[in-house]
Write a protein that binds this ligand. Structure first.
Ligand code: ZN
Ligand code: ZN
Length: 366
């Protein structure tokens, strides 16, 4: 759909005009994808403030680029960014804004060696554009999330004593692929028993034991868009502390979701959940931010964390994922991907990761 990508490039041009740059050299691959539709492991895009954009990629992607981006001038080369920098110089685009957060010093030096370009940092302009999604993106994200929830519901009844963390991770990933995911959005986390105290535990050969809480953090990738969801269940009858911990984290998540309205201050959304956990005496056991944006990357703007500046907006997808981690004992995290919606007085966000199992105030007992 060239129309969408052209509109995105127009929004970038407005940033260039404000920054007094002649052109932007986009070298972050996911930003190239966002602005052109081309998914390539070697590509760059030159967007002139005034003039037609030029896409560079190598011969492995040339046919795909011609098909996906028929409206773009295409340069087929392996050295994508030096080629486009040279082209910029020849077209009189001297003030060239580049993505300093992605560029290495070595590559920057190679660009600077080429003629009399005046390089200036673009900042995270493309990332900022990506924060608010269009409805087409939200449909892809919703599909990624639906696959994720469905896969969890298929696999959860198979969890039993003796199954290992790695076995469960593979089952979930296999189910997501079977349901249409192009691949997992990230390495699936399965943390059981005491391992649940490690927020990003790598699955091991530990076998599940009766009384274990098991935290599963998984997501499908669908046409480039990433889902992110966490569920915590218990194998056999839960202890009182496990029920209480789950109820606390669930209440914190509900508070965070309730605060995630359009124009809500990001710091307030984090605080809505974190305050409940602090009041319960677990402030030091909630060791990460409340959530993050998702889209073409699994972690993208906005980061939802204490004292973060900025506000949410209509059509921004985020995760809300409070967790409490007790060293030596275990932990609970509950995470959903949702979309901030507009409305009066305040529309509830769209919940994208829905499951029929392990949803609600009560800890799911398997
Ligand atoms: Zn997650
Ligand atoms: Zn997450």
């Amino acid at each position: 759909m060239p129309g969408i990508h052209a509109a995105r490039r127009d929004r970038l041009r407005a940033v260039l005009a404000a920054a007094d740059a002649d052109a932007a050299l986009i070298t972050t691959l996911v930003n190239v994808r966002y602005l052109t539709g081309l998914a390539s492991s070697n590509a760059a895009l030159l967007v002139a403030a005034d003039g037609s954009p030029v896409l560079a990629t190598d011969s492995r992607y040339a046919l795909t680029a011609q098909r996906e981006c028929p409206d773009l001038e295409l340069v087929t080369t392996r050295t994508v960014e030096t080629e486009l920098a040279g082209l910029a110089g020849r077209r009189g685009l001297r003030r060239l804004a580049f993505e300093a957060h992605e560029m290495t010093v070595e590559r920057r030096d190679a660009l600077a060696a080429d003629g009399d370009l005046a390089l200036q940092p673009l900042g995270r302009a493309a990332e900022d554009l990506r924060m608010i999604k269009d409805e087409g993106e939200l449909a892809l994200l919703a599909q990624a999330c639906a696959i994720t929830g469905h896969a969890f519901d298929v696999v959860a009844p198979q969890i039993r004593t003796g199954m290992t963390e790695r076995e469960l991770a593979v089952l979930i990933e296999r189910a997501m692929i079977d349901l249409g995911a192009e691949k997992p959005a990230f390495d699936t986390i399965v943390a059981s028993g005491p391992n649940g105290a490690i927020p990003h535990h790598t699955p091991t050969d530990r076998g599940f034991e009766p009384g274990d809480m098991i935290t599963v953090d998984c997501g499908a990738r669908y046409r480039g868009y990433h889902a992110d969801m966490t569920r915590t269940v218990v194998l056999g009858a839960p202890a009182a502390w496990q029920r209480d911990l789950y109820a606390l984290v669930f209440a914190a998540q509900q508070a965070g979701i309730g605060a995630a309205g359009p124009d809500a201050a990001i710091a307030d959304v984090d605080a809505a959940a974190r305050d409940l956990i602090r009041e319960a005496g677990h402030e030091e056991h909630f060791t990460h931010g409340l959530g993050h944006g998702v889209g073409l990357e699994i972690h993208e703007a906005p980061m939802v964390a204490p004292a973060r500046p900025g506000r949410l907006a209509y059509r921004v997808p985020i995760t809300v994922e409070p967790g409490v981690y007790l060293p030596g004992r275990g932990g609970v995290r509950i995470e959903d991907t949702l979309v901030v919606r507009s409305g009066a007085p305040a529309a509830a966000p769209d919940m994208l990761t829905t499951t029929t199992s392990a949803t609600g105030r009560e800890l799911l007992v398997l």
